[in-house]
Design a protein around this ligand. Structure first.
Ligand code: NAG
Ligand code: NAG
Ligand code: NAG
Ligand code: NAG
Ligand code: NAG
Ligand code: NAG
Ligand code: NAG
Length: 498
């Protein structure tokens, strides 16, 4: 017996009591599936947007492109502070407005003099993109860049071929000089009455993927990540990552289609919810950040509805994130942790209506109490019912349900509900109804108390798979939870009506 064979025998011996000799294969994934870049993006949950540029100094939102570069002078600029705050607050990426509509470049582009080169900041030798890239790499968080298609400064704007060449040359600088880029963010924004010209999106997308194969491209209509369709940060209560790219045109999308996605969609294009911590996207001395409970509410309605939460936190004119915003972010992190760090379901005994291949260790219901996409509950094939039961020794009170699907296998669940045994009557009662799940679904309802819970998948595109189940108590967003309960009732009405 060779040494390798011997080692092999030793390595399987300890498992032989518990693991069947032959595993049941995994269920078939259902198309469309996420790419590895999309999967990594989604697991990041939250990104921080950084709107910064001449507008920060001129108290404007949409610069005209005529501001003198001398206004740009962030005397205490510190990209390490931005990145540190993003990381400490739980964000996986930062995305910078390398160029906004005003055309001013935060890096010393060779194709224009309207950039940091012409500013007094560091006597024209500074490079915001380079410093942010280096700080992000040091902290181990991802970097994304926004290069506005609309440019109100450059003379080539309006001349289709010339401008597309100019834009792609700037894009190439950004994608070849600053290391790994995880996301390229584009919008279709063009002012009213602006010169008519075409953006060669297909060429842009191909070039971006060529230079940065690890990046996802965001726009109203994908190709990799879609806009949710509003700037409030709220996804539809039904939210598929499935989508038909051919049904959406950049700059002219149907907001409802963007919010809900498409159960019959052919492409995997998950949604990103962008919203600013302040009323404006750029910093303004007289504006204040939203309270932390509001951010929590947005979290429920973005991350908790199968989307990514892209929160804009604009650095101020000193070049630093403001004290007020830091305080709110810190509080938001604490609120989130205080609720979601304690999954009450962990105390439960979990059972299911069936298990795939009868193989409890591989596909059993206990998997839903463990983090990670690779272990999930899978029901036996061809079942009429798909149910998970949670039994507690003592009754538990809770008002939030979390459900996750292993999305590497495709998005499956189309509707579900939760029931509990009423302590007084002993009957099963419905607590809440929901539609899609996806990567993560969070759903709030008035507090219930019970010892027995039943999570039921009512409809699915194929056999459902559940990778995580959580129940929590949220005492904090009481006021906002009222509005959500109202919305949930409306949803229930809609479900009822259809
Ligand atoms: C920049 O910010 C970081 C993180 O807050 C801090 O440790 C560092 O001292 C700052 N650098 C300067 C030059 O102020
Ligand atoms: C910028 O230039 C001025 C005058 O040439 C010089 O005094 C100053 O030290 C320079 N500042 C930096 C940051 O290089
Ligand atoms: C999306 O594409 C699929 C397949 O072609 C089609 O069945 C579905 O109806 C399309 N959705 C919409 C909203 O057109
Ligand atoms: C910017 O924020 C920093 C705190 O990080 C603060 O010290 C500074 O005064 C602020 N600058 C302005 C112009 O408000
Ligand atoms: C959930 O849906 C069912 C029917 O599909 C309905 O009877 C019930 O009232 C709905 N809402 C709740 C909270 O149970
Ligand atoms: C929520 O409130 C209940 C009592 O009202 C308390 O027992 C529980 O510890 C609180 N939970 C959190 C996370 O604050
Ligand atoms: C809830 O609303 C009351 C009054 O409407 C307000 O005083 C309180 O601060 C709010 N609480 C939260 C957590 O928003």
């Amino acid at each position: 017996m060779s040494l390798i064979t011997l080692l092999f025998f030793f390595s399987i011996l300890p498992l032989s009591n518990s693991t069947p000799l032959k595993l049941k294969p995994n269920p078939l994934p259902i198309l469309p599936l996420p790419t590895s870049q999309q999967l990594q993006w989604q697991l990041g949950s939250m990104s921080m947007f950084l709107h910064f540029g001449p507008n920060t100094f001129t108290n404007s939102e949409w610069g005209t492109g005529k501001a003198n570069p001398s206004v740009f002078n962030p005397t205490h600029f510190n990209a390490t502070q931005w990145v540190q705050i993003a990381k400490d607050s739980g964000f996986s990426r930062v995305i910078l407005t390398a160029k906004h509509h005003d055309g001013f470049c935060l890096w010393p582009s060779d194709y224009t003099d309207y950039s940091v080169k012409s500013s007094p900041w560091r006597n024209g030798t500074g490079d915001v993109v380079a410093e942010l890239a280096s700080a992000a790499a040091d902290a181990g968080i991802g970097l994304g860049l926004y290069l506005s298609p609309w440019d109100r400064h450059d003379g080539s704007y309006g001349k289709t071929l010339e401008y597309n060449e100019f834009y792609l040359s700037q894009m190439t600088e950004l994608l070849t000089k600053y290391g790994e880029i995880k996301e390229v963010w584009l919008d279709g924004a063009k002012g009213e009455g602006e010169k008519d010209m075409a953006y060669f999106f297909d060429t842009w997308f191909s070039l971006i993927h060529q230079h940065q194969p690890g990046a996802v491209i965001f726009s109203d209509a994908g190709p990799d990540v879609r806009w949710i369709g509003d700037e409030a940060g709220f996804a539809g209560s039904t939210c598929w990552s499935l989508f038909n790219r051919t049904n959406a045109k950049i700059g002219d999308t149907d907001p409802l289609y963007s919010q809900e996605g498409d159960r019959f969609g052919e492409d995997w294009v998950p949604a990103e919810c962008d919203v600013s911590i302040r009323p404006g996207w750029f910093w303004h001395a007289l504006e204040s950040p939203k309270p932390a409970v509001k951010l929590l509410d947005i979290y429920y309605n973005s991350v908790g509805r199968n989307c990514l939460f892209l929160l804009n936190v604009p650095p101020n004119s000193s070049g630093l994130i403001s004290e007020q915003d830091i305080k709110v972010l810190e509080e938001f992190r604490k609120l989130k942790n205080s609720i979601f760090s304690n999954n009450l379901a962990r105390k439960a005994v979990v059972k299911s209506s069936s298990v795939r291949g009868g193989q409890d260790l591989q596909f059993g219901p206990k998997n839903v109490l463990e983090e990670g996409l690779d272990r999930y509950w899978a029901p036996e094939e061809n079942q009429k019912e798909w149910e998970l039961f949670l039994e507690f020794k003592d009754s538990v009170s809770f008002n939030v349900l979390e459900v996750r699907e292993p999305i590497q296998m495709g998005q499956r669940v189309a509707s579900f509900h939760l029931e509990v045994v009423n302590i007084r009557s002993g009957n099963w009662e419905r607590v809440v109804n929901g539609t899609t799940v996806g990567h993560k679904r969070l759903i709030k309802f008035p507090k219930v108390k019970s010892r027995s819970l039943k999570f039921v998948v009512d409809k699915a595109r194929t056999d459902p798979l559940i990778s995580y189940l959580g129940i929590y108590i949220d005492n904090l967003s009481r006021n906002t939870s009222k509005t959500i309960i109202t919305r949930t009732l409306q949803e229930q009405q809609q479900i009822h009506d259809s």
